[in-house]
Write a protein that binds this ligand. Structure first.
Ligand SMILES: Cc1cc2nc3c(=O)[nH]c(=O)nc-3n(C[C@H](O)[C@H](O)[C@H](O)COP(=O)(O)OP(=O)(O)OC[C@H]3O[C@@H](n4cnc5c(N)ncnc54)[C@H](O)[C@@H]3O)c2cc1C
Length: 411
C-alpha cells in the first residue's frame, strides 16, 4: 500500500466523524479524507426530533466536533460532496466533483435514508420527512407557534418523537399507524400500548391498525389524509416516519456483499479487502446474537466508527456491543438495550402506570432485551443480564427489591 494513499471515509455523519477522530487518536499520521454529501459539519441526529425541534438545543450543540477540529487534526473534510462510485479492485472512490481518489483503506459510513410514503399525493407540499438538519429546520418552522393540524404517518421512534414535539409546541396531532400498536416491532403489543397511552394522555389522536391510502391537497399543498378508516383527516402538515433503508448503493454497485446493509464480519470488515463499514449502513455479524444485525441507533455509530477505524489500521477488533437506544418523549426518558423478538415474553418491574419502570423481554427464560423508563443508571446490569445468557426467575425479575446485579450473579 503506497504510504501516500489516504484513508477515506465516505459519509460524514456520527460514524464517519468518530472514525476520523479514532484514526488520529490511534496515532495514524497519514492523510485522512472525510467525504459527506450534506453541506453541514458532521452532526448527531437525535436532537433533531427532540431538543432541536423544540428550540431548546442550539444547532452547534448537535455537532460531533466544532468547526476548527478538522483542520486542527489534519482531517480533509469535504462537505457537500457525494461519492458516486467505488472500484474496490483499483482501491478508488469516485467523487461528484470528478475526482478519483485512491485509498489506502476505506470506510463506508453512509448511514440510511427515510423510506418514502408510497401513496398518491406523497409529493405534495407540506409533506415532511425528518432525517437531516435541513428537514428539522423546515419542520421546526412549521411547528413553532403551534395551532397547526399535524398528521404523523408511522408510529415508530421518529413518528412518536415528532408527535411529542409537535404536541409540546401546541399543535393538534393525529398519528396513523398500520400495526395494532406503536413501536410494535421493537416493544411488542403490551409495551407499545404503554407508549400509545402516553401519547393519548398528552392529547394525541392515535389511530392504530389504520393504513394511509392517499394524501389529498388543495392548490398543491396537503390538506387531508385519507386512510382505510377515514375519508380525510384534516392536515396542514404531514410528517412521515415509516422507517429507513441503508444507503448501500455504492457498495452494491461495486459488488460488495449487501443484504439489508453492507455485510461485515464482527471486525466491521466488508467482503472487499481494505473496505470497512460502520453505523446505520452496516449489517455486522454479532457474536452475541449469532447473526448479522443492522442497528440504526446512535450508540452503534458512536462506537462502530472508532471500531472500524481500528480495523482499518489492522488492529484486532471485535464489535460486539449490546445494541442500545434511547428516546425522550414528553416527560419520559427511556433507554433500551438488546434485541427482542415478537414471541418473547415481557416482565415488568416498577410503576408502569406512573411511568417509572423497567421492562424485560425473555426467550427461553433468558433476557434478550431490557428497557428502563424514568429509572436511571441500570444500563450496565441490564446489558450484563443480556450478555450472561443465564436463565432468570421471572418473579425475581419483576421484584424491584431484588437487585439486578443479584440476577446477573455479580451481586
Ligand atoms: C431525527 C432522528 C432522531 C434520532 N434519534 C435517535 C435517538 O434518540 N436515539 C438513537 O439511538 N438513535 C437515534 N437516531 C438514529 C441515529 O441518529 C442514527 O443511528 C445515526 O445517525 C447513524 O449514524 P451514521 O453515521 O451511521 O449515519 P448518518 O447519520 O445517516 O450519516 C451518514 C452520512 O453519510 C452521507 N452520505 C450517504 N451517502 C453518501 C455518499 N455517497 N457520499 C457522501 N456522503 C454520503 C449522508 O448524507 C449522511 O450525512 C435518530 C435518527 C434521526 C434521523
Amino acid at each position: 500500500m503506497p504510504a501516500a494513499d489516504p484513508f477515506v471515509i465516505v459519509g460524514a455523519g456520527l460514524a464517519g466523524a468518530k472514525a476520523a477522530e479514532a484514526l488520529r487518536a490511534e496515532g495514524f499520521d497519514g492523510p485522512v479524507v472525510l467525504v459527506g454529501d450534506e453541506p453541514e459539519l458532521p452532526y448527531e441526529r437525535p436532537p433533531l426530533s427532540k431538543g432541536y425541534l423544540l428550540g431548546t438545543v442550539e444547532r452547534e450543540e448537535a455537532r460531533v466536533h466544532d468547526e476548527g477540529w478538522y483542520a486542527e487534526h489534519d482531517v480533509d473534510l469535504r462537505t457537500g460532496v457525494r461519492a458516486t462510485g467505488l472500484d474496490p479492485a483499483g482501491h478508488r472512490v469516485e467523487l461528484a466533483t470528478g475526482e478519483s481518489v485512491r485509498y489506502g483503506s476505506l470506510l463506508l459510513a453512509t448511514g440510511s435514508a427515510p423510506r418514502r410514503l408510497p401513496v398518491p399525493g406523497a409529493d405534495l407540499d407540506g409533506v415532511r420527512y425528518l432525517r437531516t438538519l435541513a428537514d428539522a429546520d423546515r419542520l421546526r418552522a412549521d411547528l413553532t407557534g403551534g395551532g397547526r393540524r399535524v398528521v404523523v404517518v408511522g408510529a415508530g421512534w421518529i413518528g412518536m418523537e415528532a408527535a411529542a414535539a409537535a404536541r409540546t409546541l401546541g399543535n393538534e396531532v393525529t398519528v396513523v399507524e398500520p400495526q395494532p400498536a406503536p413501536l410494535l416491532g421493537v416493544l411488542g403489543r403490551e409495551l407499545g400500548g404503554v407508549f400509545a397511552q402516553l401519547h393519548r394522555d398528552h392529547g394525541v389522536d392515535l389511530f392504530t391498525s389504520t393504513t394511509v391510502r392517499e394524501l389529498r391537497g388543495t392548490g398543491g399543498r396537503v390538506s387531508a389524509v385519507a386512510t382505510d378508516r377515514h375519508a380525510g383527516l384534516p392536515a396542514d402538515l404531514v410528517v412521515v416516519g415509516v422507517g429507513v433503508t441503508p444507503n448501500a448503493e455504492l457498495a452494491a454497485t461495486a459488488g460488495l456483499e449487501v443484504q439489508n446493509g453492507v455485510v461485515t464480519d464482527a471486525t466491521l470488515r466488508t467482503s472487499a479487502p481494505g473496505v470497512c463499514a460502520a453505523g446505520d449502513v452496516a449489517a455486522a455479524f454479532s457474536p452475541l446474537f449469532g447473526r448479522h444485525l443492522r442497528v440504526e441507533h446512535w450508540a452503534n455509530a458512536l462506537h462502530g466508527g472508532p471500531a472500524a477505524a481500528r480495523a482499518m489500521l489492522g488492529q484486532e477488533v471485535l464489535h460486539d456491543r449490546v445494541p442500545y437506544f434511547f428516546t425522550d418523549q414528553y416527560d419520559w426518558g427511556m433507554e433500551y438495550s438488546g434485541v427482542a423478538s415478537p414471541d418473547d415474553t415481557v416482565v415488568c418491574r416498577g410503576d408502569v402506570e406512573g411511568g417509572a419502570f423497567l421492562a424485560f423481554w425473555l426467550s427461553g427464560g433468558r433476557v434478550t432485551a431490557g428497557m428502563n423508563v424514568n429509572v436511571w443508571d441500570v444500563t450496565e446490569p441490564v446489558q450484563a443480564l443480556i450478555r450472561s445468557r443465564r436463565p432468570v426467575d421471572p418473579a425475581r425479575l419483576a421484584d424491584a427489591d431484588v437487585p439486578l446485579e443479584e440476577l446477573v450473579g455479580t451481586g
